[in-house]
Design a protein around this ligand. Structure first.
Ligand SMILES: *Cc1c(COP(=O)(O)O)cnc(C)c1O
Length: 373
């Protein structure tokens, strides 16, 4: 068996992506400079089942514009899970609002609706639901809270392309949803993101913001009506995006197959309560961006022990997100017990599309080697 290094992620790039990118580089200028971009937005919206999509240079940029378009700013509070990537909270800070970190649920590792309810104040403006590692948030409960308190529900679906909640794609149900096409994600444009919404006014507002504050149909040249942003995606990146999107079902299917190979091997340990893996609740589909294992506290297994085992085997596994409130930019929220506890006994497993079964077996053997006999 080959003992080559097993990478954590890498994109699935075929001749189609090369063909589209080459075409964009050769021909996508002048009157064709937006062809792939317009097509990518149109086809992404259609695939999502939403009327509006705006391609951006990153998911972070999409979130920043969405928050700005909702007029969220100084004095406002935005509730999000403490277990999150920094990209989810950075735009909240950039608009001058205050992030309020709450704990996560034990099974999905996503934001706990009860904790959200307890954190709502008269200053709360929005709830950000991050579908962690492809696992779906409790969207019905969160939507009910948002409705009841007049808050905007936002879906950070950066990790959840291919996840489906009660028949709706992740990112499609909230006031707006955001996606990332960073090189580590299920579908990539190198760097890039997408803003999606069903709200026509919000769409217009973000469209204007995304174009340096220039309104669609403005006849005066070089005439911004306000100070906006420059978070546009390039036509070249969109060409890659069009190719990846035409393969999206295959890309998601392969992510699910990789997870299922892990699951087959790990299920006996799940059944015995030794460890937990990404859940797939009834009436949902998990896009399984990132297969993740959380060991039971009773096993005594630590992140350091796991990292050592994977390092020895030359397997590029990654740590579970540390709570954002524990990082130097914020103040610790000690009551977020699970968000603080989970990373100490968890690990993300390699999951790129071309991972082979023997490689998966090697990862699992390494993972289980930390358990006492
Ligand atoms: C990757 C990621 C982002 C950021 O995506 P960028 O395109 O790098 O800005 C945001 N939120 C979550 C949860 C992510 O995993």
């Amino acid at each position: 068996m080959s003992q080559d290094r097993i990478l954590y992620t890498k994109p699935s790039i075929t001749a189609l992506e090369v063909q589209y990118a080459t075409d964009a580089a050769a021909n996508g200028w002048g009157e064709h400079c937006y062809d792939y971009l317009n097509r990518f937005e149109r086809e992404f919206a259609a695939w999502m089942g939403v009327p509006h999509a705006i391609a951006t240079s990153s998911c972070t940029g999409a979130m920043h514009m969405g928050l700005a378009a909702l007029d969220i700013g100084a004095g406002d509070e935005v509730i999000l899970a403490d277990t999150n990537w920094i990209a989810t909270v950075a735009p909240i800070v950039h608009v001058g609002a205050t992030p309020v970190f709450v704990d996560v649920l034990i099974d999905s590792w996503c934001i706990d609706p009860q904790a959200v309810r307890a954190a709502i104040t008269p200053r709360t403006k929005a709830i950000v639901a991050t579908h962690l590692y492809g696992n779906l948030c409790a969207l019905d409960e969160l939507a009910a809270l948002a409705e009841q308190h007049g808050l905007a529900l936002i879906e950070d679906a950066a990790e959840a392309i291919g996840s489906v909640y009660h028949g709706r794609r992740a990112g499609a149900s909230a006031r707006f949803g955001v996606f990332s096409f960073h090189g580590t994600k299920t579908m990539t444009t190198g760097e890039g993101g997408m803003f999606v919404t069903s709200d026509a006014d919000l769409y217009e507002r973000v469209l204007t913001l995304s174009n340096h504050g220039r309104k669609r149909g403005e006849t005066k040249q070089f005439w911004p009506s306000e100070v906006g942003f420059k978070y546009k995606m390039s036509n070249l990146q969109a060409a890659l995006g069009c190719a990846q999107l035409s393969r999206i079902d295959e890309l998601v299917r392969r992510k699910r197959e990789v997870f299922q190979h892990y699951q087959q091997r790990l299920q006996p340990y799940v059944d015995k309560g030794v460890l937990a893996i990404n859940p797939e609740a009834a009436n949902t589909q998990n896009g399984y961006w990132m297969p993740t294992v959380v060991f039971a506290s009773a096993t005594g297994i630590t992140r350091e022990r796991l990292q050592q085992a994977f390092k020895t085997e030359d397997i590029d596994a990654r740590v579970f997100f540390s709570p954002l409130s524990s990082t130097p930019s914020f103040s610790p929220v000690a009551t977020n017990t699970l968000a603080y506890d989970l990373p100490h006994r968890a690990i993300n497993l390699p999951s790129y599309h071309d991972l082979t079964e023997p490689q998966i077996a090697r990862v699992v053997a390494c993972l289980l080697s930390v358990l006492p006999d």
